[in-house]
Design a protein around this ligand. Structure first.
Ligand SMILES: Cc1cc2nc3c(=O)[nH]c(=O)nc-3n(C[C@H](O)[C@H](O)[C@H](O)COP(=O)(O)OP(=O)(O)OC[C@H]3O[C@@H](n4cnc5c(N)ncnc54)[C@H](O)[C@@H]3O)c2cc1C
Length: 813
């Protein structure tokens, strides 16, 4: 075994081997994979070997498509058979709601280049002879489904990597990982030590234990999973003989089952409701090529449905039941990327569909390590989407929920209950008493809307029970004044002698003067967005030295801290901290917002003294606050930042003062309706690391001419000169009873040319709005656009100026 390597990959399952292969293919060959046993000794060897392109997140779906396309290449490179059978498959719906969901999947496939087609149950039965068409209302055909040999694929990755110069050490157990003073990592094994620049935790079933070696508690948990294999079936033999082809894959969502042919019989697997975690606290190191005891009672309810939906199963015997463990993150997507605070330490774990996702994970990780960027939008898999709040108990609750809902529909207005409430702010019970219906962002409870007694969300793809109540909240803001809880923003304080110079290089905007705020796009080296913030200068130039205040997307706190810390100067001249729950927020907005504020503070908040984008410390009642004159509603408004111990007092003071002006509460859904009629985008929807500032319409906040060579400047200048490829546009949609939620295709002149990033109903303007990206060549066309919604196309028109307050009178007045 070598004593030094550029990269050590820990774990020789399908994921570790894919990472090794991708690093080697990218040209890094001073790399070694350490496996404590034989390759495939974790979850990999007993997988059912199914693969498919469909995923709830379109960017993960793209990486799944890539994974499937890769198998031919690694087979040729390695000479090792992968056993890939691209049979195609059918996705089955037994209810209308499921069919609506599947139509959304088909629509998404159109702009992702995934070949999906809605078919009738009878057509499905012609393709998959074992199903009873009477049990279903519709189906979708997917040509890119198939299965493979899990061990063959893993060895093919490893052999191909070795051919390119990588090394694989089997029976080499990593026992500890220690960071040296010079930043290199000591990887200590039962056979000696390797010193490495980078270490990748691809420990699969033992990813938690490997994480703990460096003080990391990763949010992953293994679950038991069962599939059965039948005896040979005459129906299968007859079909094979008649058509010369295998029986194709089927996913029966309402039965919570997946099926495929296995030799002369069938394989049927299920994600059962009564699920069971495995090794909740610690995975035993002596677990190897073993299976768990099957528990047929647990899967009996699913099998019952399966035998009804696929009657031939009633006449066959079960040859074998496989029960094996594999790991999940709380949302079921992988955990990939560099770990904040541990330079050179990477994770590639929590991969629950290794044969659909392993290739994409390896590609993204190798790009990231070698190029400094994953090369794709992998937010849905980024390890930084979780923070310290994702504790072991939280993970346990969420993984169990996610497993049991693997094939369930999640409606756009459906909030999942497990692991909640976890983080709450001091006004939580006060808002609950007013009917707050809660959602969650980065572990924190967020009020979505306020329901009258007895009214709750009815889950639906269409406008629902909240519609008129959200409309009322919007009306309150636009006609008098509304108050909302805004603690879910991420808040950062930047201090130190070097803070201004550092921010000037980090952010693409011009720095604001003391007492002023600005919108601040943050770019990567390739000129694409990696963040958008509001930046306030709290008097950096004066003796109080309060420094700078940044507010940004709450869900991206860890993501942004990783970026900030990676770019801090070595000389300790800059200090940045995420304030998290140590700073809470309230916002008031609407034409009477100033009247309310004036009533509760001695500060002069007149338009002349405290204009748009001003910021100042002031007391609200007795509570010391930081107030910024800005509002995401696009109305006259104020963001109020307050220490949690004062939040209740500030809230009660504002509500009492607002009574005379008709103050009311509004939640995140009303805020969405309000920002849509201002064409305001938001992080993780309109603003993502695949778009340039010009494309995203944020170029007006980029100080292209500033002297400082800010990160991404050259690329941003090039984008401005060449015009980029896409444009973000707001569309008014002639929708009837449903609004877009995001990821719907945008059609132009009869072809899919773009995609929706978000949308909804703009209650004040009384119209349905969609925001999305289209090619710049067509972005300003007056006619020809349509948005596909629940299987139908609706006319959409570009809305070039905001529907509300286009001349900014309300916001700045
Ligand atoms: C019953 C069942 C059916 C499944 N069906 C499918 C399917 O149809 N399609 C699909 O895509 N997925 C399926 N899966 C899931 C699939 O198996 C996993 O997604 C995949 O195996 C994860 O691979 P991995 O490399 O991350 O982890 P693992 O396979 O667990 O590999 C981790 C490796 O790391 C090694 N290791 C850990 N710690 C150390 C250490 N300290 N030192 C050295 N080596 C170490 C382990 O020995 C192991 O070999 C199924 C899983 C099960 C259980």
């Amino acid at each position: 075994m070598k004593s030094h390597a550029k990269v050590v990959v820990v774990g020789g399952g399908v994921v570790g081997c894919s990472v090794l292969f991708h690093l080697a293919r990218h040209g890094w060959t001073d790399i070694v994979l350490l496996e404590r046993d034989e390759l495939t000794s974790g979850s990999t060897w007993h997988a059912a070997g199914g693969m498919h392109t469909i995923n709830g997140d379109p960017n993960v779906a793209k990486l799944q498509k890539y994974t499937i396309s890769l198998y031919k290449e690694i087979e040729e490179l390695s000479g090792q058979a992968t056993g890939v059978h691209l049979t195609g498959g059918v996705l089955l719906a037994a209810t209308e709601a499921r069919l609506d969901w599947l139509r959304g999947v088909v629509a998404k496939g159109r702009y992702l280049g995934i070949d999906l087609e809605e078919i009738s149950p009878d057509e499905a039965a012609e393709l998959m002879p074992l199903l009873d068409p009477k049990q279903f209302v519709g189906a979708v055909r997917n040509k890119e489904d198939g299965h493979l040999d899990p061990s063959g694929v893993t060895h093919a990755y490893a052999k191909a990597a070795r051919k390119l110069g990588a090394e694989v050490e089997r029976f080499t157990k990593v026992e500890d990982i220690v960071r040296r003073a010079d930043g290199l990592w000591r990887v200590i094994t039962n056979k000696g030590e390797v010193v490495a620049e980078h270490v990748v935790n691809a420990g699969g079933l033992w990813a938690r234990e490997v994480g703990r070696m460096v003080g990391l508690e990763l949010p992953v948990l293994a679950m038991e999973h069962m599939y059965l294999i039948t005896e040979d079936m005459p129906e299968v033999a007859a079909w094979n003989q008649k058509t010369g082809t295998e029986i194709i894959h089927a996913v029966d969502f309402d039965g919570e089952l997946y099926l495929r042919q296995e030799r002369g019989g069938m394989l049927m697997g299920t994600y059962e409701r009564a699920n069971k975690p495995w090794s909740e606290l610690q995975t035993p190191w002596n677990f190897g090529h073993e299976l768990l005891e099957p528990d047929i009672d647990r899967i009996a309810p699913s099998l019952e449905v399966g035998f009804r939906h696929f009657p031939a199963f009633q006449n066959t015997g079960i040859k074998q039941i496989i029960n094996g463990p594999f790991t999940f993150a709380p949302d079921g997507n992988p955990l990939v990327g560099p770990v904040r605070g541990l330079p050179g330490l990477w994770v590639a774990c929590g991969v629950m569909a290794g044969f659909s996702q392993g290739g994409g994970v390896g590609l993204a990780l190798s790009n990231w390590m070698i190029e400094g960027d994953p090369g794709a939008d992998i937010w849905a898999m980024d390890v930084s989407r979780y923070g310290d709040w994702a504790t072991m108990a939280y993970t346990n609750a969420k993984v169990r929920e996610n497993y049991s809902r693997r094939f369930s529909i999640r409606f756009p207005n459906e909030e999942l209950p497990a692991g909640r409430p976890l983080k709450t702010t001091p006004v939580y019970d006060l808002l609950s008493a007013k009917g707050a219906q809660w959602g969650v962002a980065y572990g924190l409870e967020v009020p979505l809307w306020y329901a009258p007694e007895g009214v709750r969300d009815e889950f639906s793809w269409r406008r629902s029970s909240d519609f008129e109540h959200v409309a009322k909240e919007v009306r309150t803001v636009r006609t008098s004044v509304g108050l909302s809880e805004i603690s879910s923003f991420a808040k950062y304080r930047v201090t130190g002698a070097g803070a201004a110079a550092w921010l000037d290089r980090l952010l693409a905007c011009k720095l604001p003067k003391p007492g002023r705020m600005t919108l601040a796009p943050m770019l990567k080296q390739d000129g694409r967005l990696i963040g958008d913030f509001s930046l306030a200068n709290l008097g950096s130039g004066n003796s109080s030295g309060e420094g700078w205040f940044l507010a940004g997307s709450g869900i991206a706190e860890q993501y942004h801290m990783r970026w900030f810390e990676a770019h801090l100067p070595q000389d300790s001249s800059v200090h940045i901290e995420a304030l998290g729950a140590r700073l809470t927020g309230l916002s008031i907005a609407g034409p009477r917002a100033r009247d309310v504020l004036a009533k509760v503070t001695r500060a002069d908040v007149s338009n002349a003294a405290f204009p748009f984008m001003a910021t100042a410390r002031m007391d609200i009642g007795m509570a010391p606050c930081l107030v910024g004159r800005v509002s995401y509603t696009g109305d006259l408004g104020y963001e109020i930042w307050v220490a949690p111990e004062y939040q209740r007092a500030a809230y009660q003071t504002l509500m009492a003062a607002g009574e005379d002006f008709g103050i009311g509460l509004f939640g995140a859904r009303a805020l969405n309706a309000l920002r849509l009629e201002k064409n305001y985008g938001s992080w993780a929807r309109e603003y993502r690391p695949i778009y340039g500032p010009l494309e995203a319409g944020l170029d007006r906040f980029v100080a292209y001419g500033k002297e400082t060579d800010f990160i991404g400047k050259q690329a941003a200048l090039a984008e401005r000169q060449q015009g980029g490829k896409l444009r973000l546009r707001a569309f008014v949609v002639d929708a009837a009873d449903a609004d877009v939620i995001g990821d719907e295709p945008i059609w132009f002149d009869g072809a899919v040319r773009g995609w929706v990033t978000s949308g909804g109903y703009a209650h004040h303007s009384k119209t349905s709005v969609a925001m999305g990206y289209v090619p710049k060549e067509i972005a300003d066309e007056a006619d020809g656009f349509e948005v596909e919604l629940l299987g139908k196309r609706y006319t959409a028109r570009v809305q070039p100026t905001p529907l509300f307050d286009a001349n900014l009178k309300r916001m700045r007045g």
